[in-house]
Design a protein around this ligand. Structure first.
Ligand code: GLP
Length: 254
């Protein structure tokens, strides 16, 4: 019997090498399935991945014209053209570097009626046939997308209040001022994320070591939303050495 351990953890000497390998996997996926449905994340962590993906796209002349994307989340109240919106972040780091069609880019719209927008997004994901590969970062508090730790988690796309530490870690987008970060956001829910056919979570740096240790080895708890990834059968956790510092070696696990 083959025992498949998920999440599968892969540690790279540095985040750039991790980005090159994950970009190659995504480029191969686009090549073998031109109608791939990709779930995408924002934050500092995937920036190198998007750079490498843009590079691989140019080098391999990859065709994105049939690729569909769904981003995880967006700030409530920000229009898509706002410079601090996640929509603009994706334009800058990925979309403008590939020939994706605007109508195949799916985003939660921060200025839409929230309840209606969340319903629309779930329907759009279902209509696209679900997400093939979901890219995730992780907050230092263990959030994925904007599913924040707390007494309960939401399964579907929903409106969420951002925790102070999350607003602080997003301050860079708002000229360093955490008070300017919107207090609320829209986010895919936990089930929306867990229904992706495969998931790739990226984490770099010492500040992520503790939440990564709890994500991989800890009990499932709403206080660390990423721990629920242990329920998924196809999750890769891609780390640099600093983020992996607190993991136990595989041989030491039961
Ligand atoms: C934001 C995003 C998350 C992301 C997190 C980590 O809060 N909503 O999807 O994973 O930031 O950000 P960073 O990669 O900058 O550490």
């Amino acid at each position: 019997m083959t025992f498949v351990r998920s999440p599968r953890v892969t540690v790279f000497p540095d985040s750039r090498r991790a980005a090159v390998v994950v970009a190659a996997r995504l480029a191969n996926a686009v090549q073998s399935n031109p109608a791939l449905v990709l779930g995408l994340a924002t934050g500092r962590t995937p920036v190198a991945l998007y750079e490498e993906l843009a590079r691989a796209t140019a080098a391999r002349r990859l065709d994105w014209s049939r690729v569909t994307t769904f981003n995880l989340d967006e700030f409530l109240g920000l229009p898509p053209e706002h410079p601090a919106s996640y929509r603009q972040f994706m334009e800058q780091h990925l979309f403008r570097h590939v020939n994706i069609r605007a109508e195949n880019v799916n985003f939660l719209v921060g200025t839409a009626d929230p309840a209606e927008e969340c319903r629309r997004y779930e329907q759009a994901i279902a209509a696209a046939g679900g997400i093939d590969i979901q890219i995730l970062g992780i907050g230092t508090n263990g959030h994925i997308g904007f599913n924040e730790p707390g007494p309960a988690l939401q399964s579907r796309t929903h409106r969420v209040s951002l925790r102070p530490e999350t607003r602080r870690s997003n301050a860079e987008l708002f000229a360093g001022d955490a008070d300017k970060v919107p207090a609320e956001a829209l986010s895919m829910g936990m089930a929306t994320i867990l229904q992706a056919r495969s998931v790739i979570l990226l984490a770099n740096g010492e500040s992520k070591a503790e939440c990564i240790e709890r994500t991989v080895h800890g009990p499932l708890t709403t206080q660390l939303p990423a721990s629920f990834l242990q329920l998924h059968h196809d999750v890769d956790v891609i780390l640099d050495e600093a983020a992996a510092a607190r993991l136990q070696p595989l041989s030491a696990l039961p």
